[in-house]
Every structure is written in structure tokens, then in C-alpha cells.
Design a protein around this ligand. Sequence first.
Ligand code: LLP
Length: 435
Amino acid sequence: MHHIRYVGQRLHCESVDLDAVARLHGTPTYVYSAQTITDNYRRLAAGLAGIDLRICYACKANANLAVLRHLANLGAAFDLVSGGELRRVQAAGGSLRHSVFAGVGKTEAEIALALEAGVYGLHVESESELARIDHVAGQLGRRAPIALRVNPDVDARTHAKITTGRSENKFGIPLSRAMAAYATAARLRHLEIRGVQMHLGSQLTSAAPFVEAVEKMAPLVERLKALYGITYFSIGGGLGIAYHDALASGAREWWEARPSDERPLTAEAYGTALRPLLAPLGLQILLEPGRYLTGNAGVLLARVEYLKRGAERNFLILDAAMNDLVRPAMYDAYHELVPLVRDTSRPALTADVVGPVCESGDCFARDRTLQQVSEGEFVAFLSAGAYGAAMASRYNTRPLPAEVLVLGNCFELVKARENFEIMVAGEKIPGFLNA
Ligand code: LLP
């Protein structure tokens, strides 16, 4: 459920008319609904009510400072994977003491930054990393709180590029080696064993893989609690959202009308399936959701630049491109596309929806059917609040898109569109090239 819907014929984010936002701030522009993020956060917390729970928002999904502040205000902690994300949370006023620091390639500088900030736990991916963290903690005269990421080897049944919990992935320590790795950690003087972590992959649409993984992990978790007194079990992120039918999925009736085996995973179903497995562990449970909190809260607004009628197909050429929203090009991901002003009297148009970047891969959708739109009109890609702006690049020297946050009838630019000077600010022409 979310707050992106038509009011009359005009697409709104909460009480804000998106066509007005597009005209005021230009396009491509991401717009986020703060109320949707709030609802998602509360729904997830309610789904696991009764468990000692901490929600650590995975910043990688959308690390805009305003989004982070909003989540911090709701009580969220954060899952960080770089020194940059740590500094963003700091800048947004989030609590680092309750946040965790993950990632397969932590540098010494990042480890020191995380320890100095007093993070709740470093999520460790290998034995070599244990040694490195011990070394850095020793230099700083601290003990580093750690949890090992254990790979439960469970098929998340999601896209190959976003599955992580299989043994062939680069992530985590195999379940069979976990006890030995903990024994190594216990011998290192500057480490404090605090927890255990797992993460299966992203965009999971069923609770079954989570259940399978928690069941596989439970004996280990219990032994770690008895042996080392661990206090938390992080079960990672990965809850999926609706991409198809994204607009309709804003309404409760849509969810209720679907047979339960066709319903994307809800927080309620996730909680109901996991609570009986998690409660007996008697540990604090950390969640690391990214997409679930911000995905359906965001849209990407774009302008129709040209409608090109080719020999065999039509092309709808937008001012947004793969550099603004890379998911379709990178993962063949589907994002629903709707006009900002609906006109049901117009005929349908079937076209390939593309951007202006000079690559055939710059294609958002093939053979997409939507209402006939004219040059100069605006459209929105839905479910773009996670891994949208966060993955944007400046390819083709296109500025990073603008971002707007909405709450009720208020909206504000929370990232200005870049200008040329900012894009080239770090570059210089070396003296030896001066003729
Ligand atoms: N925790 C860990 C250890 C992770 O690696 C991830 C995501 C998360 C939590 C958050 O996962 P989420 O709840 O958002 O599914 N760019 C891809 C998704 C990559 C996810 C990477 N790791 C996409 O656009 O689909």
C-alpha cells in the first residue's frame, strides 16, 4: 500500500499534484512519499510485534539525507556499507550507536570510522576481515563489536544478480565453517562477539526462503548464544514489493482481492511466518530492509521528448535515461509507467520506452502499452524509490536527477539537480597538456 494515486485524472503523491512538481522542478525528478515510508516502517514493526526488534534501514536503497532523517525520526537505525553511508547517517542526525556496518571489502579507514562512531556491530564476511578488525581496534585501544555473516545456502528464488544467500555467492561464511570462524574471533583480544547475521537476497516475494534460512540457522544461533553470549541475530533485508500492478497495489482492496499465493509478501505474512521461529531464540532481532521501506514510496517523473514512429515499432523517447534509473537495463526490471494526467478518451499507444543515452541498452520497456501521450507531457515510473536515485550515474555527462520529498500537501526539493560546474568540479586539465 502506498500514497501514489490518481485524484480525478491527475496523479498525486499524497496531496501533491505531480504534474505541478514536474513543471516547477523540471524532469527527471524523483518524488518520495514520506507517509508511505512511515506506513511501511510501522507495518513492518507491527508484523513482528512482541519480538525485541530493531529495524536497521539499508541505506544503499535510498540514502538521500531527508529520507534518512525521516527514518531516524521514526526510530530506525541503519545498515551501512561504506564510510560514505556512515557520514550520511551522521549528517542526517541518525543514531550510529544503534547502526550496523557491513560489506565484503571494508577498508582499514572504514573500520576505524565505524569504531570511532561507536556502531552497534560490524558484520564480518571473512576470517581475514576478523584479523583486520582486531588489528584496527587494537590500534585505537577499543574492542570491536562483531557479528559474522553466515551464508545459509538457501535459494531466495529471486533475480540471479540480487541473490546472495547461496554458497556460490561472494557473501558470508559457509554455515559449516561458522563455528570455527567464531572460535577464531573469540581468540582475538580486540573483538567482542555480539551477534550473528544472514541475508538471502533482495526482492523476495515469499516468506518460505526466510523460514528455511532461519530454521537452518537456529541451531547455530542457539550454540552461539550459549557459548559466546551473543545478544542479536540480524536476519537481513530482502522483502519484495509490487512492481507489476504497482499503482493498484496502493489500495488495500487490491491486496485483499488477490489469492494469497499471488500476493507479494506482506509484512504481516513475513511476521506471522517468522515470529514463531524467532521468539524462542530470546535474542534481539535486527532487520535490514531497504526496498520494502522506500521502494513503493518513490516515483521517477520524466517528460516525453519525442514520439518516434519507426518502420517496425514506435519509440517513446523520454528525458530520463538509464543513468537516472538503471534497474531495467541492469536487471531487466519492470517498472510500471503511467501518465501524470490521465485521459481515458485517448487511444492506447504501444511503444518501446527509451532514454536519450547513446546505447541500445538505454531502454526502460519494450512494447509497453499505455495511454497515447504527446511530446511535452509527463509520465511517472512507479516503485522507483529504492535503488533508483541511489544507483544513478552521470553517464553521458547527464546531471544526477533532482529529488523531492512530499508529506501531506507539503513538498520540498531535497536534492537539487546538478549543474555542469558541480559535475566537473573535481576535474582539471594538467599543466603538461597546455600547449
Ligand atoms: N542487508 C544486506 C546485507 C544487503 O546486501 C542488502 C541489499 C540489504 C540488507 C537490503 O536489501 P533489500 O531489503 O533492499 O532487498 N540494486 C538491486 C538490489 C541490490 C540489493 C543489495 N543488497 C536492485 O535494484 O534490485
